[in-house]
Design a protein around this ligand. Structure first.
Ligand code: LLP
Length: 421
């Protein structure tokens, strides 16, 4: 169910009109729906049930502490890729036993902090990382629970920049070397093998690559058990895609994904961990922006809006499509006019959409970029000295600012001028 719908001609987030939030906090702003986050998280839990499972939200997709608290309170685990994300999860009240630490470049300092603070498992991606983690754990007098991220050499058939499971990608250890590296891990004093980890890419719209990877995981589980390892957890990564348009083919649903997981891995008596980000947070958020100018050029018309590529970089970075809804619903029969929607930043890449058919919008009108709850605010920067945009969480008929708009003085005060200048 979509919680961003028109009511009486005005786009709402649950029971709150987005224009009321715009009036209160100004534009641009991100707005998330608590009901959507909750529903998407539960869909995964239900899809994997009755297998024992832990749904670890990929914090990289949306790391606002309020969002993490909402999910953590529902019982979510967290998948983190830096100590910064780890600390955010802890600040949201998520216990270390529910946090898995992924990523190819964990530093020793990060390993130490996570071991001291409590951690469910490290997903280790290379031989040198194994050695480093064992040393750090031994020095602390503890053993680190680990899964090896195994690269199954499966093409996820997704965008080049977010495909991670082919042998030419930087992620994981080659599956052909997995048994050898597990043997090394078992011999190291600071480590305890608990499972296997895979993550083959993001925005997958087909279950076949997942199934190919998980079939290899099942074979590897049996082989490693025969080698004497305890494999009690299987971390399947994230990556299930979402619909970015209303019109295109809908990607597989969590329930279909869950049925496939049960079929391929269900008889191994393992606890299943998954790391979804986009599917939980993507369609739980919008970015609301206001038209500054409508500008006519020779060839086309532009809507210059007050959000820019620094606020939502996906269109510039991946040529990603985001649906656009005016906050005031088009009147039936109203003509739609093709227009380019661009931000104020000084480069042509600062384009959200080209020749998009929209009602004739004017300065002061507002629009929402849909599907902006994942990889939106988290990828924002202050390019062009534009402060980060605020984030708002709606639940039912109330809303709260969960990250306020920084003021310019605070932004500038982060820089220091050396006394010799
Ligand atoms: N686990 C690991 C180890 C990951 O690297 C990722 C995403 C996830 C889980 C979550 O994947 P998801 O369920 O969200 O697809 N910035 C890009 C997406 C990058 C994804 C990176 N890794 C975008 O805006 O499309």
């Amino acid at each position: 169910m979509d919680h961003f719908l028109y009511r009486n001609g005005h786009l709402h987030a649950e029971d709150v009109a987005l224009s009321d939030i715009a009036a209160a906090v100004g534009t641009p702003f991100y707005c998330y729906s608590a009901a959507t986050l909750t529903r998407h998280f539960r869909l995964f839990q239900e899809a994997l049930s009755p297998l024992p499972n832990l749904v670890c939200f990929a914090v990289k997709s949306n790391s606002n502490v309020a969002v993490l608290k909402l999910l953590g309170d529902l019982g979510a685990g967290m998948d983190v890729v830096s100590i910064g994300e780890y600390l955010r999860a802890r600040a949201a009240g998520v216990p270390g036993e529910r946090i898995v630490f992924s990523g190819v470049g964990k530093t020793r300092a990060e390993m130490r902090s996570a071991l001291e603070g409590g951690i469910r498992q490290f997903n280790v991606e290379s031989d040198p990382e194994l050695e480093a983690l064992s040393e750090v754990a031994t020095a602390l007098g503890v053993t680190a629970p680990i899964a090896l991220r195994v690269n199954p050499d499966v093409d996820a058939k997704t965008h080049e920049k977010i495909s991670t499971g082919r042998k030419e990608d930087k992620f994981g250890v080659p599956i052909s070397r997995a048994r050898e590296i597990y043997a090394r891990a078992a011999a190291l004093p600071g480590l305890r093998v608990v499972g296997i980890d895979m993550h083959i890419g993001s925005q997958l719209t087909d279950l076949a690559p997942f199934e190919a990877a998980y079939t290899k995981m099942a074979e590897l589980t049996r082989a490693l058990r025969a080698d004497g390892h305890t494999i009690e957890r299987l971390d399947l990564g994230g990556g299930l895609g979402i619909p970015y348009t209303r019109s295109n083919d809908a990607p597989p649903l969590p329930v279909d994904y869950g049925a496939m997981v049960k079929r391929v891995l269900g008889d191994l008596e393992c606890e299943i961990e998954i790391e979804p980000g986009r599917l939980i947070s993507g369609n739980a958020g919008v970015l609301v922006t206001e038209v500054i100018y409508r500008k006519k050029a020779e060839e086309r018309e532009f809507l210059i809006v007050d959000a820019a590529m620094n606020d939502l970089v996906r269109p510039a970075m991946y040529s990603a499509h985001h649906d656009i809804d005016p906050l005031v619903e088009a009147v039936p029969g109203e003509p739609l006019v093709p227009v380019d929607i661009v931000g104020p930043i000084c480069e042509s890449g600062d384009t959200f959409a080209k020749q998009r058919a929209l009602p004739l919008l004017q300065a002061g009108d507002r629009i929402a970029f849909r599907s902006a709850g994942a990889y939106g605010a988290v990828m924002a920067s202050e390019y062009n000295s534009r402060p980060l945009v605020p984030e708002v969480l709606v639940s039912g008929d109330h809303f709260a600012v969960i990250r306020k708009r920084p003021d310019y003085d605070a932004m500038i005060a982060r820089d220091t001028i050396p006394d010799w200048l």
